[in-house]
Design a protein around this ligand. Structure first.
Ligand code: PMP
Length: 407
């Protein structure tokens, strides 16, 4: 591998040693999913090779070992986001399921005809459709906070939306489509000044920013394991205990009950009440390994490294007038969206693929945001802790060649 592609953390990720199209893999689609370090891969195979049994059920020691390893991850997640208690950490299969859980359970319990829910125009579909579904069922209204051209949330409109009918806010912290960071603490304060609970979609923050849910004081926070160097099919819902306590179960079945008779079922305490059925045991154990891995490096160093990458990318993209960045306001975190004059994003991504460079082309599951920018798709580059400055420069140099080819 050429020296300029080397990075202290890179060698921890076996896939990054693989060549694609005769060149080292340049993976710049980290907002879609991150690559996995060897320690995560090892944790999963170690579990299968030595500890595998179902959790929370067996009195035999193998099941207890499996349960311990699984539950250790809950404590690791609690510590990582500084939740007050492990009762506030619910395992799900991803951010999507976490949001669906809150929308349908909290919505079922709290929403009534004419109530209002606040979202923003930059939400991922996973933070739109669950709210639409419950709004339709309960006769609620969704209000959408706009942004300015550079991606900045319109806080005046946000503030003006609150009234006695407002029941919930659900908002992304960092946009997956344009990388803009919302002033999340301020947004939480505004919601709370109006006595409205707020869910934070931290899918694109958990791997790039330091998160402290007690300091943020958010009511719910969600993320996916696969975006934080962990396995797919794992996710977390953080919720304040007093809210989770009063919410009805989302799914029902084994492992979430105290007692079942054909007349009546009583439900288990938190967090089991929201974890029906056999969970993704090995996935959660892998997630625990990914959190250990991040802690081993230190989120502060990751933040610094990725801020440097953003500076490199912005300067390089802005040096070409045929590239137009969508939604850049200086707050962007590890993702940038752009268009190229006269060239379709899918053509760009296909040509880069032939050079071993993976970037995302499409609507990024954010149709309303694409409609706002009057485009059907964009090209997006997104970074991770193993991304190097040279990879970004090489990718952007290739963009110049593609533009030359098409013009
Ligand atoms: N919200 C945001 C901001 C995301 O980026 C994503 C994934 N792209 C999701 C929600 C949904 O995550 P998942 O598909 O892992 O459930």
């Amino acid at each position: 591998m050429p020296a300029h592609f080397q990075h202290p953390w890179r060698s921890d990720f076996p896939i990054l040693n693989i060549e694609r199209e005769g060149a080292p893999l340049i993976y710049l689609d980290n907002a879609a999913t991150t690559q996995k370090p060897q320690v995560v891969i090892d944790a999963i195979s170690h579990h299968y090779a030595t500890n595998n049994a179902n959790v929370h059920r067996g009195v035999y020691s193998l099941s207890q070992l499996s349960t311990e390893a699984f539950e250790q991850t809950r404590e690791k997640v609690r510590c990582f986001i500084n939740a007050r208690s492990i009762t506030e950490i619910v395992f799900t299969k991803g951010a999507t399921e976490s949001i669906n859980l809150v929308a349908s359970s909290f919505g079922e319990y709290m929403f009534h005809q004419g109530d209002e829910i606040i979202l923003t125009i930059m939400e991922h579909h996973a933070n739109i459709i669950p709210w639409q579904q419950i709004a339709e069922k309960k006769g609620c209204i969704i209000k959408v906070v706009p942004i300015s051209e550079n991606g900045t949330l319109d806080l005046d409109t946000y503030k003006s939306y609150f009234n006695s009918k407002t029941k919930f806010v659900s908002m992304v912290w960092v946009s997956n489509a344009i990388g803009v960071e919302n002033p999340i603490k301020e947004c939480i304060e505004i919601a709370h000044n109006n006595n409205v609970p707020i869910l934070i979609d931290a899918s694109q923050s958990i791997q790039h920013l330091h998160i402290n849910v007690q300091d943020l004081d958010c009511d719910f926070l969600v993320f996916s394991g696969h975006k934080i160097y962990g396995p797919s099919g794992t996710g977390v819902l953080y919720g304040k205990e007093r809210l989770l306590e009063v919410m009805p179960p989302y799914q029902t079945g084994g492992d979430m009950i105290k007692k079942v008779t054909f007349e009546k079922t009583t439900f288990a305490d938190l967090p089991s009440k929201f974890e029906a059925g056999t969970p993704n045991i090995e996935g959660c154990i892998g997630l625990g390994a990914s959190i250990d891995y991040i802690n081993g490096i230190g989120i502060k160093d990751i933040v610094l490294h990725e801020q440097g990458l953003m500076k490199t990318a912005i300067e390089a993209i802005q040096s070409y007038d045929f590239l137009q960045i969508l939604g850049y306001n200086g707050s962007n975190v590890s993702a940038l969206s752009f268009t190229m004059k006269g060239v379709h994003p899918h053509d760009i991504a296909s040509i880069l693929d032939k050079k071993g460079i993976c970037i995302r082309a499409g609507h990024h599951c954010a149709h309303p945001l694409m409609q706002f920018y009057k485009v059907s798709s964009t090209s997006r580059i997104s970074f991770a802790l193993y991304t190097t400055h040279d990879e970004i420069i090489q990718c952007i140099d290739e963009l110049a060649s593609i533009y030359a080819l098409f013009s």
